[in-house]
Design a protein around this ligand. Structure first.
Ligand code: MG
Ligand code: MG
Length: 313
């Protein structure tokens, strides 16, 4: 009873008076949904579904732990790299690839709780030679570029050519690969549609058209792999995003597949969160999210939407 009363109070994480269904509600739903997926999934990152079942039954509590020994509600590189990218966009008041590069360097120097190998290699390449992209290669087909692209989508919400160009520019800093590019752009396009008021049902034809032109990403029947290879990641994201009716069920489905669970769940949380809005995010997760991270997300989302409105084309 007390729990029910507490849950009916406005979340301390969200701005007062947030209008349900507003653009800010949907954008915050996406960004906080990404962080929730990251924090929930990190507990079971690199575990198999069988190991998760043996240890947790069904993993559904934001309990921290995992291979990174996280505090409950703590996020990982998926969220903190996104925040670094968003901060660079705001400081440049638009776009400056050098600012993005320096933000990723500062992020790495800040000793993040984790960092993918391909991301680390790309940042170190820039530190050594100042280049904004490495050569295209098969070894760059991880999910590191797609996982952090949300701030670019917000900042370019009313400028599609800028969305495409800047998404690929930030991607190629660490991941220069056609599969990564395709995944980064389709996830961005789905998010754009949701932020512009679409529903996931409206996104499904986009995903189906994407699979028709990029058959490697076919997700029906679901192959069942959820690794950091961007094809496995996206198949899992699409399977649970389109296969489950709501935020909570989709996220629980994704995290219990294990493997790169923080990243698959972050992307599922981003898409479902954009549909349901921040006000409808499950309170047992939203209120447990690291408070400093949640506050940074709220401030950054508001500023990125304002930037997008100023730079509307
Ligand atoms: Mg991570
Ligand atoms: Mg991960």
């Amino acid at each position: 009873m007390l729990d029910a009363l507490l849950l009916r109070r406005p979340s301390p994480v969200l701005p007062a008076g947030l209008a349900p269904g507003s653009l800010l509600d949907r954008a915050l739903g996406a960004y906080l949904g990404l962080a929730i997926g990251d924090a929930l999934g990190a507990t079971v990152e690199f575990m198999t579904p069988r190991e998760i079942a043996a240890k947790h039954g069904v993993h559904r509590h934001m309990s921290g732990g995992g291979w990174l020994k996280l505090a409950p509600g703590q996020v990982t590189d998926d969220t903190t790299m996104s925040l670094a990218l968003g901060k660079a966009i705001l400081e440049a008041d638009g776009w400056c690839m050098r600012a993005v590069a320096e933000a990723f360097v500062a992020w790495l120097r800040g000793k993040p709780v984790d960092c993918g190998n391909t991301c680390r290699r790309g940042i170190r390449r820039y530190m050594a030679d100042g280049s904004h992209a490495g050569p295209a290669g098969d070894g760059d087909a991880g999910n590191g570029a797609v996982m952090r692209n949300l701030p670019v989508v917000l900042a370019t919400l009313h400028d599609e050519p800028a969305f495409e160009a800047r998404s690929l520019a930030q991607a190629h800093f660490t991941h220069h690969n056609a599969l990564s590019d395709a995944a980064t752009l389709i996830c961005g396009r789905l998010l754009r549609r949701l932020l512009h008021g679409g529903r996931l049902a409206d996104c499904r034809p986009l995903a189906d058209a994407f699979v028709a032109t990029h058959p490697q990403f076919r997700f029906q029947p679901y192959p069942g792999r959820a690794s950091g290879y961007v094809v496995d990641t996206l198949q899992t994201v699409f399977h649970f995003t389109f296969g489950e009716a709501g935020f909570e069920a989709a996220l629980i489905g994704a995290v219990n597949r294990g493997d790169d669970a923080d990243t698959t769940a972050a992307l599922v949380g981003m898409l479902h969160g954009a549909q349901c809005g921040a006000g409808a995010l499950p309170r047992q997760w939203l209120d447990k999210l690291d408070r400093d991270i949640a506050a940074a997300i709220v401030a950054q989302t508001t500023a990125l939407l304002a930037l997008a409105a100023r730079q509307r084309r």
